[in-house]
Structure formats: structure tokens, C-alpha cells
Design a protein around this ligand. Structure first.
Ligand code: TYD
Ligand code: MG
Length: 456
């Protein structure tokens, strides 16, 4: 086969060069040239007219309804399921469980009569079959092929005529007429481009797996975001069973839904009640522990913030924040020192959000500050209390959005009282609220409460 011609195009200015060079001659940017195939010149006419304008209300949407995957938490994030003709990237770090999730989704789709094709470009067909057996996912409508060359993949699509195709992963398939290595930006982009075109032509839904490194920089999901309809991100800690699925981009709905899974021996299981899971191991009466209702997208979650304060034996005390923003920890320590007159100068401070969850929203500030004061004083906070609010640099407390939803979740899990900023909305349901204007007042309210309990 004659080799198709390729050229090197600058990512920044669009200039093209016949050969790769380190610096673009157009904009003088370094390392911006990426190989691409030279497409045959388009014909001068647009061809025959095939699309027909319709009144907007007459446009048929039935055929484009999302197909549920049967994996509840994934359908929640996709807001219904996979839309025919759409292309979805499923990104995440290696080993997080992308192939497992994909197999479970395809099995679910196959069970509802959709023809599915799983193209495995990383593992052998035998490996995938063995995993499918463990997951109990061997429906007759699920086809499997192991291949890496894009022209072969397209031929398999032609042969199987699937409703849904999955390519695992986009970094390992390659177009032989490009000289760039598999996994390079040029290859990933070209392969994705072709699969997008085929998906739209056949009204076939595609899911492309993309590996991302810790900093999200690897050629792949980032280079594809603008090409595809939906970008899903699958996250979690390797050493914890919890996995979070979010939509980073979604053309067919909002990106506010969060899917939660637990990796088990039998694959990924949805977590219908995450707050209960996060709080399951909480020990009441331990100093340095406070519960905060946080919001991830639309989903309220209760998390336990823990702090440990100990005398430092080194000149620069340690400050560690796991699952929390270290910048916010530094800020809250500074506010406690300045506005609550609570010195931390010679103390090591360790803070975590228990259970391997990450939260960076300011709604957790007040709980973190109270956990710190409790740890420092060695006094446990009341265990029916939650705290929810942002701490400002002046020591003032600010309300966070959707306070009512957060507190409703706290009330559902049996918490009876909440410390909230004075400005929080009135009529908060199902829970007694303690309104405070500053962090100093919040700390005082907690210690008064402890004093009353001890006296009674
Ligand atoms: P995998 O889906 O292969 O991850 P990725 O495709 O993102 O690289 O799965 C990763 C890990 O999940 C693997 O180390 C084993 C574990 N695992 C389970 O714990 N239970 C299971 O049922 C399966 C299939 C995998
Ligand atoms: Mg995999």
C-alpha cells in the first residue's frame, strides 16, 4: 500500500512544515509541530443536498435517546446513558478500573439488545474474557476483538455493525500511514478523528479509553477534549476502594453529577449511600474530628475531617493536608493564630479527610478550623454536630451555596445540630442551627457547649 503523505502542523499558529523541526518557522514556538495526514483536497462543490430543514419542534429526538448502560452510577453521570452517534472519552490513571467499568457498561448495553464491540488494544482477548467471566458479563451480544491497527479496527466495525464500540485504549491503536509512534499526540488525534467520523456516520456510540498521568498531561484525553462529545474522568486512590466518576465535558446534559463506586472482587459496585460509607468507621468522642457536609457537583456528601496536633521536634513544624487543599490549611491556621489568638508556631499539624475522599471546596473550612481547635485542646467535639461554612481572612464566616441541601443530608444521617454562618438562609430543615458570625464565636460556641455538657 502506498504510504499516505503526512505533514507537520504547528499547534499554535497552524503553519505546516514538510519535516519535523524543534521550532516552528511561522511563530517561532518550540516543540509545537505535530504530524498529521494530508487529506485529499476537498472537491469544489459540497455534493448533493442531503439534510432537510425542519421546524425545530418537528425534529425527531426518539432515535437519539440515551441508551442506559445498566450501570446505575455511570447512567447518573451520563444522565441516562450513551447517546447514539456520540463519542465519549473515559480518562483515568492506569489501574484505576477503566477497563472494568467499560466491560460492565458494554455488558449492560448488550443485555438490552444493543450490539456491542469491545476492541482491546492493550490486553489479549483471553485476558478480557477471563475478566468478563469474573464479572459475570458474557452476554451473546457482546463481541470482542484484540487489535491495534486502526484500519483493522474500522474493518471490524464494518463486519460486526455494532450499536456501541469501545476502544481500550486510544493510546495503543495507531494509524500505520503516520510515522509518529503510537500514543503520540499525532496518532491519538488522527485515530480519534477517524473514529468520531465513523460514529457520526453510523449513529454508533463510541467509548475511547484514555490514560492520564497524575498531572493529566499525557497525550490523550487532553488532546481529545474538543473532538468528542463527552469526557469522563475516573478517579480514586489506588489504595482505597472508592472510585469517583465525573463528566468533565458533556454535550447532552450537565456536568454536575457524581458517580461513586467501590472496587470489589466482583468488579465495580455502585455506592448508593456514600455519606454512610464515609462515616462508617468514625469513632465518636475523639478529639480533632468534625463532620462537614460538602457538595460534589449536585451531590451532598458527609465527610469526616480529622486533625492531629503534636509538639514539633524540628525547627519548621510539619503541615500536612491529605484530601484537603494545603493552601487552605495554611490560611485557616493563620486565621486561628491572628483572630482567635491560638498559636500553632511550634506544633506539627496533620489533617486528613477520612476514607480517601478529596475535597477542595471552601465549605469544609469551618469544620477544618474546629477540628484543629479540638485537636489542639485535646477535647472532643459533640458527635451530633456538623459544621458548614467558609472562613474569610478577617476571621468572618461566609455561607456556602446550597446550605439547605447539605444540612438535609446531615439530618438524614442522624446529626441534630449544625454550626453555620450567621448569614446562612433561614428555615433550614430538620436540624437545629447555631448561627455564628466569626470563627472566634464558633470556637466559643463549641467550648460553651462542652462546658454545659460536662456540668449536666
Ligand atoms: P482495570 O480495569 O484493568 O484498570 P485500567 O483499565 O484503568 O488500567 O482494573 C484495575 C484494577 O482493578 C486491577 O489492579 C485489579 C482490580 N480489580 C478488582 O479489584 N476487582 C475486579 O473484579 C477487577 C476486574 C479488577
Ligand atoms: Mg485497562
Amino acid at each position: 500500500m502506498a504510504r499516505a503523505k503526512s505533514t507537520y502542523r504547528c499547534n499554535a499558529c497552524g503553519a505546516s512544515e514538510p519535516k519535523w523541526t524543534g521550532r516552528c518557522s511561522g511563530c517561532e514556538g518550540w516543540n509545537t509541530l505535530v504530524e498529521e495526514l494530508v487529506e485529499p483536497a476537498p472537491s469544489s462543490t459540497a455534493g448533493p443536498v442531503v439534510s432537510v430543514p425542519l421546524p425545530i419542534a418537528a425534529v425527531d429526538t426518539e432515535a437519539w435517546a440515551p441508551a442506559p448502560t445498566g450501570v446505575g452510577e455511570a447512567d447518573r453521570v451520563l444522565q441516562g446513558g450513551l447517546v447514539p452517534g456520540s463519542v465519549t472519552v473515559l480518562g483515568g490513571e492506569p489501574g484505576i478500573g477503566k477497563s472494568t467499568l467499560l466491560l460492565q457498561m458494554l455488558a449492560g448495553l448488550a443485555l438490552t439488545g444493543r450490539r456491542c464491540l469491545y476492541v482491546t488494544a492493550e490486553e489479549s482477548a483471553q485476558q478480557v474474557r477471563l475478566r468478563a467471566e469474573r464479572l459475570g458479563a458474557l452476554p451473546p451480544n457482546l463481541w470482542l476483538v484484540s487489535d491495534t491497527a486502526l484500519p483493522h479496527v474500522l474493518a471490524h466495525i464494518e463486519a460486526v455493525q455494532p450499536d456501541v464500540v469501545a476502544v481500550d485504549s486510544i493510546q495503543t491503536v495507531y494509524e500505520p500511514s503516520l510515522s509518529s509512534a503510537p500514543g503520540s499526540v499525532a496518532q491519538v488525534r488522527e485515530c480519534a478523528h477517524r473514529l468520531v467520523r465513523v460514529s457520526k456516520e453510523r449513529a454508533m456510540a463510541s467509548v475511547l479509553v484514555g490514560h492520564v498521568t497524575k498531572d493529566g498531561a499525557l497525550a490523550g484525553p487532553r488532546a481529545l477534549e474538543h473532538l468528542v462529545d463527552t469526557v469522563l474522568s475516573f478517579e480514586g486512590e489506588q489504595h482505597h476502594a472508592l472510585r469517583l466518576l465525573r463528566a468533565v465535558k458533556h454535550r447532552f446534559g450537565s456536568t454536575d453529577e457524581l458517580g461513586l463506586f467501590e472496587m470489589t472482587d466482583a468488579g465495580l459496585a455502585g455506592v448508593p449511600d456514600p455519606s454512610a460509607l464515609f462515616l462508617a468507621d468514625r469513632r465518636a468522642g475523639t478529639p480533632g474530628s468534625m463532620v462537614a457536609p460538602v457538595l460534589d457537583g449536585h451531590r451532598p456528601l458527609l465527610v469526616e475531617v480529622q486533625a492531629l496536633v503534636a509538639k514539633s521536634v524540628i525547627p519548621t513544624p510539619r503541615r500536612s493536608a491529605q484530601g484537603l487543599d494545603s493552601g487552605r490549611l495554611a490560611l485557616i491556621i493563620a486565621v486561628l493564630q491572628q483572630h482567635v489568638q491560638m498559636p500553632f508556631a511550634d506544633l506539627d499539624v496533620h489533617t486528613v479527610v477520612a476514607g480517601g475522599v478529596k475535597t477542595t471546596e471552601p465549605g469544609v473550612d469551618l469544620a477544618l478550623a474546629l477540628a484543629l481547635t479540638s485537636a489542639r485542646g485535646g477535647l472532643a467535639l459533640p458527635d451530633d454536630l456538623v459544621a458548614c461554612g467558609e472562613v474569610g481572612l478577617g476571621g468572618e464566616l461566609r455561607q456556602v451555596h446550597q446550605t439547605a441541601r447539605r444540612l438535609a443530608e446531615a439530618a438524614r444521617l442522624g446529626f441534630r445540630r449544625a454550626i453555620v454562618p450567621a448569614s446562612a438562609p433561614l428555615n433550614l430543615p430538620g436540624i437545629d442551627v447555631i448561627r455564628v458570625a466569626t470563627l472566634r464565636e464558633a470556637v466559643r460556641a463549641c467550648s460553651d457547649d462542652l462546658g454545659r455538657r460536662r456540668a449536666s
